[in-house]
Design a protein around this ligand. Sequence first.
Ligand SMILES: [Zn+2]
Length: 118
Amino acid sequence: MPEVTAEHVKYFAERCRYWQREFGLTNWRLYVDQRGDESDLAWADGNDTALIFTVIISTEWNEPVTLEALNATAFHEIAHILLRPLVEFAEAHNSARDIECVEHAIIHRLSMAALGNA
Ligand SMILES: [Zn+2]
């Protein structure tokens, strides 16, 4: 499996901060970390009260680790911050799984528009 190096993590963190600025989400404190995972390229978790958002990138990917893929993954994770108010609202009325499907459909559309891939 392709390894995600320290250089990759550095570039990924730069792209996360870039998309955080582009989306105007600078009121959030953003942390980027690396951890092993079997399935996901990266994942994210947030604390809405403290406005802290942590993005974790996996140590290994099941696809080639390219700059384009790192940027697209950073875009994807930061889009989760963008959509957090909507998700919080929807969770009061729907199942988390239904919301996640709709959320990913929106992120893929944003990614197609901004990057030409999803
Ligand atoms: Zn996602």
